[in-house]
Design a protein around this ligand. Structure first.
Ligand SMILES: Cc1cc2nc3c(=O)[nH]c(=O)nc-3n(C[C@H](O)[C@H](O)[C@H](O)COP(=O)(O)OP(=O)(O)OC[C@H]3O[C@@H](n4cnc5c(N)ncnc54)[C@H](O)[C@@H]3O)c2cc1C
Length: 467
């Protein structure tokens, strides 16, 4: 969407995560959609305590470094298959154990600020992973996510600009918008003439008038939309998000999805991550400052969400001199979605005034927050591997459905970020699974005849004569 002097603000995906091996980057650069040279602005953070006192950069750096290694150690469980300490199965629990050991080296009065920085980093991690708390993320599986090298790249024309090259060869009338699918009936069989058989019978000179063509069963998929339209297809690639599968997966398919798929859909996490944009009339922050980090006191979770939801907002980053972005995840994000933009705007202003220790921080002229949980077409933001689930669940969901085991091609295939075992939660993961599903359908049913074409052996009769 366009705000802030026509600049595009992404409500969802913003970055191409990684360059090397990233098909979205390749597509974008082949079509001139990205600048090869990305401007890397210096990052000057202002980290403050609830009383507005600034925390020194050296302490921040120290805790960032320690946290980096705590997280790396979690990722190693996936690759090395060590066993974690007894009773520790979530990433959050493991990191918190390391934090408590780490903090022991400090006298009590020096621990508190460090603990708050660790909590901020864990909070930020929930927005990266897509969950409510890092305790929910499976320790043995966190390393399954593969980060592609090259950093994060932005599309200056907005993420939707990638749709141009992707759809340029599709006739416009073949893309139907506003068709909410209610039902996918994937085991419809109807009798068809077996044309191949009919031809061979006729070709042998038999009396085709007296022969009824062979009848064969063929499977179709019927897709029923909320607007009453019905579509018939040989194959369907289903790309509804995991959140929609969680909510409607049971009734969306007829016959219903097999239990192993439904169990995997249930086990995986589809977390809620929302953005908050604050747009101002005029600049009010120090031009050097790029991010204001909130180092909250320990959150009292016995209090109602109405009193504490905003403590999950861990920072506001400056996108321009008059535009800030904040992130929020989990239960607190869901709660925020129930509030009006005005209430969110007021609360964010209170936080900024508190941490900047400046009662003159202005009210934004506009506040826009996302509602990925309330959106019926998403019901959340992106996939994460929850405690007790694994990559196998992703593979289970992505298995295609065959109406008949004798069919060479599946009736329903699945694609989307939730179907990629190592690039889940990303656009490139979604793209790759869609491409793989389409390629499977494009493979010919009968493999092409293999013709050996070796130079000098084309005319075997000559060879026989010579010898
Ligand atoms: C706040 C946020 C920030 C993100 N940032 C990044 C980022 O920087 N980089 C990145 O790589 N990824 C990011 N992501 C994740 C990225 O957006 C997703 O991984 C990606 O969009 C997944 O694509 P998909 O095709 O699987 O699902 P979607 O993009 O959700 O597409 C699914 C489609 O199915 C449609 N649909 C749902 N139900 C039905 C139905 N019943 N009938 C018909 N249609 C239906 C939906 O309308 C939607 O169009 C972000 C996501 C969020 C929420």
């Amino acid at each position: 969407m366009k705000i802030n002097n026509g600049r595009k603000m992404e409500l969802g995906a913003n970055w191409i995560h990684g360059v090397l091996g990233n098909p979205i980057y390749e597509l974008a650069s082949a079509n001139g959609l990205v600048d090869i040279i990305q401007e890397n602005k210096p990052h000057n953070v202002f980290a403050a305590l609830p009383d507005g006192k600034r925390v020194s950069f050296s302490i921040l750096q120290e805790i960032y470094d320690a946290y980096f290694w705590f997280f790396k150690r979690c990722e190693e469980y996936f690759l090395c298959k060590y066993l974690p300490p007894d009773g520790i199965d979530g990433v959050g629990q493991h990191i918190n154990l390391e934090i408590s050991l780490y903090l022991q080296q400090y006298p009590p009065h020096e621990r508190d600020v460090r603990h708050k920085i660790f909590n901020y980093l864990l909070n930020r991690e929930t927005c990266i992973s897509g969950c409510n708390s890092m305790d929910e993320i499976d320790l043995m599986e966190i390393g399954s996510y593969t980060e592609l090298p090259g950093g994060n790249i932005q599309l200056p024309g907005g993420y939707s600009s990638i749709l141009g090259p992707l759809t340029k060869n599709l006739p416009a009338d073949k893309i139907l918008k506003g068709h909410i699918v209610n039902k996918i009936r994937w085991r419809i069989a109807s009798e068809v003439n077996d044309l191949a058989n009919e031809e061979s019978v006729n070709g042998e000179g038999s009396d085709s008038q007296n022969q009824s063509p062979a009848r064969k069963q063929k499977n179709f998929v019927e897709v029923e939309c909320e607007n009453g339209k019905l579509f018939r297809a040989d194959h369907v690639i289903c790309t509804v998000p995991l959140g929609v599968l969680k909510e409607k997966g049971r009734e969306l398919f007829e016959p219903p999805l097999p239990d192993y798929k439904l169990d995997s859909i249930n086990r995986l996490c589809f977390g809620v991550v929302d953005k908050i944009y604050l747009e101002y009339e005029r600049p009010f922050l120090n031009p050097e400052m790029t991010e204001i980090i909130f180092l909250w006191d320990e959150i009292d979770r016995t209090k109602p969400l109405s009193e504490r939801w905003f403590k999950k907002i861990y920072s506001f980053t400056k996108l321009t001199e008059t535009l800030l972005i904040g992130w929020i995840s989990g239960e607190e994000a869901k709660y925020m979605e129930s509030l009006s933009f005005d209430v969110v705007s007021e609360q964010c202003t209170k936080i900024l005034r508190q941490f900047l220790n400046d009662p003159c921080v202005p009210q934004p002229k506009r506040c826009i927050s996302t509602s990925w949980w309330l959106q019926p077409m998403t019901r959340g933001s992106y996939t994460a591997i929850a405690v007790g689930s694994s990559q196998v669940d992703i593979t289970n969901i992505s298995h295609p459905l065959y109406a008949n085991p004798m069919n060479s091609k599946p009736s329903v295939l699945f694609a989307g970020e939730h179907c990629h075992p190592s690039f889940y939660s990303t656009v490139h993961g979604a793209y790759l699974t869609g491409r793989e599903a389409a390629q499977l359908l494009c493979i010919p049913d009968t493999p092409p005849e293999v013709v050996l074409d070796v130079e000098g052996t084309a005319d075997l009769s000559t060879w026989i004569q010579v010898s």
